[in-house]
Design a protein around this ligand. Sequence first.
Ligand SMILES: Nc1ncnc2c1ncn2[C@@H]1O[C@H](COP(=O)(O)OP(=O)(O)OP(=O)(O)O)[C@@H](O)[C@H]1O
Ligand SMILES: [Mg+2]
Length: 234
Amino acid sequence: MLNVESLTAGYGNSQILFGMGFEARQGQVISLVGRNGMGKTTTIRTLMGMLPARAGRISLAGASLNKLAPHAVARLGVGLVPEGRRIFGSLTVQENLVATAHGRRIGDGENWSLDRVYQLFPRLQERRKQSARTLSGGEQQMLALGRALMTHPRVLVLDEATEGLAPLIRKEIWSCLQALKSQGLTILVIDKNLTEMAGLIDVHHIVEKGRVVWKGSPAELASRPDLAQRYLGI
Ligand SMILES: Nc1ncnc2c1ncn2[C@@H]1O[C@H](COP(=O)(O)OP(=O)(O)OP(=O)(O)O)[C@@H](O)[C@H]1O
Ligand SMILES: [Mg+2]
């Protein structure tokens, strides 16, 4: 479904990605994990067309995403929950959900509606007329997730979606992602809570200095404390 191959990218003179590569098959949940500053968010920015790829290939269900603008990448079916949420504080919950929604995207797959998002997050429905800045951190994260779903993604990308959230709220996010996975959605997760996401992830990818240095299942990773110590600092 999603293929990233030999990706090179950076900012000005500083190269950050050195041959980044991974794949997610349809319905799989994969992770990018690794220490701060290793290039996880830069990978997402390049994937979304916010940063040009200097070399390498990115494709979604066989269609190339290279050189596409962010709106075109979204339109083809990549839904992003960005680092730091980036919701519109002055808009209401409902306005946030419809502001970036677009019509049925190109290609097959799941169609999302306000009703379906509210079914997944009843709390958003209760607060639909409230301005988004008055939501709690967890509710804002749910809104960011709902907003990404409103673009009818084939692949959902979450960059540190549980950062700064209380354990109980994180658990809610994980079970929501589990539900989306069981509906067949392909998901790419960047997160630091390895233990909590063990049941969700099919394949972990350890990122070190702009490339994947190891991949494997949560069980394989758990049996390699040396990897966790060397690459994850735990
Ligand atoms: N806009 C920018 N201009 C220049 N350098 C940048 C920019 N954004 C990020 N970098 C640098 O690129 C490197 C990789 O950053 P990136 O945000 O991709 O890391 P990350 O793996 O997502 O880290 P974290 O876990 O802290 O989110 C860092 O050294 C960072 O300082
Ligand atoms: Mg990051």
